[in-house]
Write a new protein. Structure first.
Length: 421
């Protein structure tokens, strides 16, 4: 007798044209870690009296179809779930970027290396591949910007150089959009580089919170040994949760609400389509504020929710009429070793901060969540023995009037975005 095993289970997904009507054609085969998405129909005890102490047969209740799907963080497949959560992305090719941050003014013989070409800082007049040190670090960075933009070296002039206002940063932007700039290298002897190469070159898919309406999907969970293929119809994505830790596999938990479920004896997904799968590990994650990695950070989490409201009208099939988004919510936490009072001071003053949660598999495969306006509560700092003291900040996000949204998710990969639509 055949038995079902999770190792042989399949999860197929396709966007619906009309809510609750099964999508036709070839579905996408989705990687997943676990799923309890499905329908259930409870029983109601019959309150009738007059037939003795033994109860009458129970009544069937309404159908509830929902559940969680835990998926690996993959820069291609994640786009389907993000489209369900945020609506259609804006997709387009972007250029690779990187930076060199100067905390202090360079000294003579300090160097920066741009795509293999060494530039030396000098106190006197500058010669070829030299940058004259100025009175302040900002003036020196501006001098570097001028020298690099004027360079005729074929390895250097493939990028444009600038200093963002109010920073001591040398920003490097490749002149060609797409993946071409991801191999452009950076190095510095006495400054901090963003990475060994520029990154982020590829096709960027921008998702923004607050959009309405949201698409619906048909999702099939199949167990071929039985065979039993459960088709969830009218699936709308309610929330996504990411946990950032020091080690382990990076996953996202998707909560979804469906209209109903059909069971079939064979798959309805046609010939499933697949992409190259690139699993991301937790060590490839980062949490930043103001573009700078948060120090003494031990863990973090971020949850975005559409707060879907089921439209529970009276129907003879027990299903809902829809699941509509209401006021969105962004919550989460960051846990830090208590080494200074910077975050506590911001929390006490009610000063909002920006938080960036990101995963980078490679320069052209990136997942980045940016919360523009996050408010931190003032936490306790309990001492639980001789070990290190930690502070936990359970934050809440709000809409930023300048950005025009509460949360942006930027997904960079090599897909043109048509699959998500």
């Amino acid at each position: 007798m055949a038995r079902a095993y999770g190792s042989n289970a399949l999860l197929l997904l396709k966007r619906e044209t009309t809510y609750g009507q099964q999508a036709t054609g070839n579905y996408h085969k989705m990687p997943f870690t676990s799923s309890n998405l499905g329908s259930e129909q409870g029983l109601i005890q019959d309150p009738v009296l007059g037939f003795g102490r033994d109860p009458a047969q129970p009544l069937r209740d309404v159908i509830n179809a929902d559940g969680d799907i835990v998926v690996p963080v993959d820069p291609r497949y994640l786009g389907f779930w993000l489209t369900g959560l945020f609506g259609d992305p804006v997709s387009g090719d972007v250029a690779a970027t990187g930076y060199i941050d100067f905390s202090v003014n360079p000294t003579a013989n300090d160097t920066i290396t741009i795509n293999g070409v060494v530039f030396t800082f000098v106190a006197g007049a500058a010669g070829a591949n030299e940058i004259q040190i100025q009175g302040t670090v900002i003036q020196t960075v501006d001098e570097a910007v001028t020298e690099l933009n004027n360079s005729v070296d074929s390895d250097v002039d493939d990028a444009t150089y600038s200093r963002p206002t109010g920073t001591q940063r040398l920003l490097v932007t490749h002149d060609t959009t797409g993946t071409a700039g991801n191999s452009f290298t950076l190095a510095a002897s006495a400054a901090k580089v963003s990475d060994a190469t520029l990154e982020g070159g590829g096709t960027e898919h921008l998702f923004e919170s607050g959009k309405d309406p949201l698409p619906s999907y048909s999702i099939e969970v199949g167990m071929g040994q039985i065979p039993a293929f459960f088709m969830e119809l009218g699936v709308v994505m309610n929330s996504v949760a990411f946990d950032f830790q020091r080690s382990g596999a990076a996953t996202a938990t998707i909560n979804a609400i469906a209209q109903g479920e059909d069971r079939n004896g064979a798959s309805q997904g046609g010939t499933p389509q697949e992409f190259t799968f690139n699993r991301i590990s937790q060590f490839q994650g980062a949490i930043r504020s103001g573009g700078v990695a948060l120090g003494n950070l031990t863990s973090g989490s971020v949850v975005y929710s559409n707060n879907l409201e089921r439209i529970e009208t009276i129907r003879d099939d027990g299903k809902i009429d829809g699941a509509d988004p209401t006021v969105a919510a962004l919550t989460g936490s960051i846990n830090v070793r208590f080494a200074d009072t910077t975050l506590i001071d911001l929390a006490s003053n009610g000063t909002p901060v920006d938080l960036e949660f990101s995963y980078t598999h490679s320069p052209g495969l990136v997942v980045k969540l940016t919360a523009h306006e996050v408010y931190l509560p003032k936490p306790k700092t309990p001492i639980n023995g001789p070990g290190g003291v930690e502070a936990s900040f359970d934050f809440q996000g709000a809409k930023n009037t300048v950005a025009g949204n509460m949360l942006e998710v930027r997904l960079i990969n090599d897909l043109d975005g048509s699959d998500y639509l």
